[in-house]
Design a binder for this molecule. Structure first.
Ligand code: PMP
Length: 291
């Protein structure tokens, strides 16, 4: 918490913090394996862009953040887990004006997280939510801000329907992403995912999957998708730091032809192998280290 290691119960923020009052802040969810953060520099780069988009100046530079993450991982109870790196606007006056907030708060939580474990085993059941993803002209979904109400409204719909995840469409009816993960389909042997500009977060796991597809010789591209494309896909899967890779079993009650499909299985295996290569027997991330 602002540079000090402490037990979770002692890590508190003020009720005047605009992160709490208005969702004014940014965050990253980062996994670590073998006590090394996976794709840390990509997460820190995205955090920096999210903060810049909100005119929020990060209290620490990339090197200091990298050290803080490494220290947190060293103190974590397990060799593998999940980190939540949060920067809030900080304490200010009541009223939304960020100018009253003098000093951002920064904290990193180390925890376990396997919310999608069961869905990963049996295949996730999706619905297409009635709640539309906010447009870039309102709150750009590429900003990973503390305000998650838009996807939370979609997740509430999934919960009510007994589904694992909700797919959100944009105002034009194009597929964007899940409430907390990106979405891929396989159509005729090609891997397709909506462009981030249609209203999705530029996911780190999404980028890794596109990278793996290239090395495996799987044709992949960003392409606008509609519900029809999802219903008629050969395969569908979700990607995210928390989710990792999760095959989809059905969407709005339409079963996918394959779950897990052959391309999913190849990519998932390659993903596991990549994690081992990048994280096993490596020192915790240190300043400036290339990933
Ligand atoms: N979309 C949303 C809305 C998310 O919250 C997340 C989780 N960070 C993702 C996609 C997946 O992104 P990543 O692979 O970087 O975790």
């Amino acid at each position: 918490m602002n540079g000090r290691l402490m037990p979770a119960a002692e890590a508190t923020v003020s009720v005047f913090d605009h992160g709490l009052l208005y969702g004014d802040g940014v965050f990253e969810g980062i996994r670590f394996y073998h006590r090394r953060a996976f794709r840390l520099q990509a997460h820190l780069a995205r955090l920096t862009l999210s903060a810049r988009a909100l005119a929020l100046s990060l209290p620490w530079d990339q090197a200091a953040l990298t050290r803080a993450v490494a220290e947190t991982i060293t103190a974590a109870p397990d060799d593998a887990g999940y980190l939540r790196l949060v920067v809030t606007r900080g304490v200010g006056a009541l009223g939304i004006d960020p100018r009253s907030c003098r000093q951002p708060n920064l904290f990193i939580i180390a925890d376990r997280l396997d919310a999608m474990a069961e869905a990963r085993r049996r295949g996730a059941r999706l619905i297409i939510a009635a709640t539309r993803r906010l447009g870039a002209d309102g709150l750009d979904p590429r900003i990973k801000s503390l305000n998650y109400l838009n996807p939370i409204l979609a997740r509430l719909e999934a919960n009510r329907a007994g589904a694992d995840e909700a797919v959100m469409l944009n105002a034009a009816g194009r597929v964007t992403e899940g409430s907390a993960d990106n979405l891929f389909i396989v159509q005729g042997g090609r891997l397709l995912t909506p462009p981030a500009s249609d209203g999705a977060l530029a996911g780190i796991t999404r980028a890794v999957v596109l990278e793996l597809a290239a090395t495996l010789g799987i044709a992949a591209c960003e392409q606008p998708l509609t519900p029809y494309d999802l219903y008629t896909a050969d395969e569908c899967f979700l990607t995210g730091t928390a989710a990792e890779l999760v095959p989809v079993a059905d969407i709005d009650g339409r079963p996918l032809s394959h779950c897990p499909g052959p391309l999913f299985s190849r990519l998932d295996q390659a993903f596991r192998a990549l994690i081992e290569r990048e994280c096993r027997n490596k020192p915790p991330a240190v300043t400036g280290e290339a990933e």
